[in-house]
Write a protein that binds this ligand. Structure first.
Ligand SMILES: Nc1ncnc2c1ncn2[C@@H]1O[C@H](COP(=O)(O)OP(=O)(O)O)[C@@H](O)[C@H]1O
Ligand SMILES: N[C@@H](CCC(=O)OP(=O)(O)O)C(=O)O
Length: 374
């Protein structure tokens, strides 16, 4: 087929569980059947599936879904295997092989591991396997968790150059306000930009089973928009919805980036969404203009303050003198060296600093010239 797509589908816990919050094999089987239909049409499909905690908490001896981190991790360690067993069984019954990939945020904050994950996923997709990604819940601590699979799915979609991200939820799309609080809330069919109104309208999870709510979905769609990947949000459990989402006829919300397929490259995606900045550099207004408007030069004496300890090559936040974030950048000097540059007059030196900024001023590179005698 000519219109073969690479599709990432995020399945939330609420799409896989019964009313009591336990895994529903019936729901899981239906999802597999819909994915198989896409595979039969020639599409490549990668699943980001939640459900490990839901699949394991009863066997851990908990009556309800646990809230304590250690219990959730223990439940996930039981449930992840059971979840994969069910997926494998159903995919194999249709002749497809599923594979498990468990990711932590620190895997993604290391650029080499991030790129390595990309290579592995690429081979799996090339060979017709259905990779099933989840956060590696058992080993991550709260501070270093993705926490929700919404943003993870958007980052994975960017990583594998997906043509579309589909997020299946317990609601049929994004409303202009939280439908639980406003019965007159209206469904938005097409979103071209994540405005501040949209951000304000996004509330918390609808059930005790979901973790991210609409807030984390909006964070996810911000990532797909910047990465140039079209995305869809719809309600799971409706027969044929996944296929319709791919063909563009499903009921739900479509998030259309202005330039599909022309978003941030992988390096910039990594800097912007995965790197985890290690410190910050405050610059004066001259430097801000140089960076944001691509006009003027960036000099070392424009550095007003350096905070945090970082090495050459680290990603840092770049701030103006009011503390507002201008962007993110890779520094080519350590925090110690940059601190020493402060206030030095280095004009007239060879090799002016360069600032490389993406179209939204999101990512830049701070190539400060090394002043003599530092
Ligand atoms: N503006 C909004 N539009 C749609 N749903 C919203 C909005 N704000 C909050 N929500 C809530 O977010 C829920 C979906 O997120 P979540 O509970 O995390 O589900 P899932 O686990 O299926 O991803 C909806 O059921 C709804 O109650
Ligand atoms: N990684 C966890 C779920 C995290 C999560 O994002 O859940 P959800 O909001 O239901 O998609 C698990 O497998 O149980």
């Amino acid at each position: 087929m000519t219109n073969k797509k690479r599709i990432v589908i995020k399945i939330g816990s609420s799409s896989l569980t019964s009313l009591h919050g336990e895994i529903s094999r019936r729901k899981l089987k239906r999802i597999v059947e819909e994915v198989v239909e896409l595979k039969e049409e020639g599409h490549e499909v990668l699943l980001v599936s939640s459900g490990a905690v839901a699949a394991g908490y009863r066997k851990l001896g908990c009556v309800d879904r646990p809230t304590a981190l250690t219990e959730k991790q223990a439940a996930a360690s039981i449930g992840q295997g059971l979840l994969m067993e069910a997926y494998s069984e159903y995919f194999l019954s249709h002749g497809y092989v599923a594979s498990q990939i468990l990711i932590t945020r620190s895997d993604f904050s290391d650029e080499k591991r991030y790129m390595n994950a990309r290579n592995t996923l690429k081979i799996l997709l090339d060979r017709g396997i259905v990779p099933i990604v989840n956060e590696n819940d058992t080993v991550t601590i709260d501070r270093l968790k993705f926490g929700d699979n919404d943003t993870l799915s958007a980052k994975v979609a960017g990583l594998v150059d997906a043509d579309q991200l589909i997020i299946m939820s317990d609601i049929d799309g994004l409303y202009d306000s939280d439908p639980r609080k406003n019965p007159h809330a209206e469904l938005l069919l097409n979103v071209h930009e994540i405005t501040s109104e949209i951000e304000d309208s996004a509330g918390d999870p609808g059930t005790g089973v979901g973790t991210g709510g609409m807030k984390s979905k909006i964070e996810a769609f911000k990532i797909t928009m910047a990465s140039g990947i079209p995305a869809f949000l719809g309600k799971s459990g409706i027969k044929g919805l996944i296929g319709d989402a791919v063909s563009g006829t499903a009921k739900g919300t479509y998030f259309n980036p202005s330039m599909a397929g022309d978003g941030l490259d992988h390096r910039k995606q990594w800097i912007a969404f995965n790197s985890g900045p290690e410190g910050s550099v405050t610059v004066n207004d001259k430097a801000k203009t140089a960076i944001v408007e691509h006009s003027g030069e960036l000099h070392a004496q424009h550095v007003l303050n350096v905070s945090g300890r970082f090495k050459h090559g680290a990603v840092v936040r770049l701030k103006d003198d009011r503390g507002e974030e201008i962007g993110l950048g890779i520094v080519n000097y350590s925090s110690e060296q940059l601190s020493n540059f402060r206030g030095l007059d280095v004009t007239g030196m060879d090799g002016n600093a360069k600032a490389i900024v993406d179209s939204e001023g999101l990512v830049c590179r701070l190539d400060f010239p090394m002043p003599a005698g530092v």
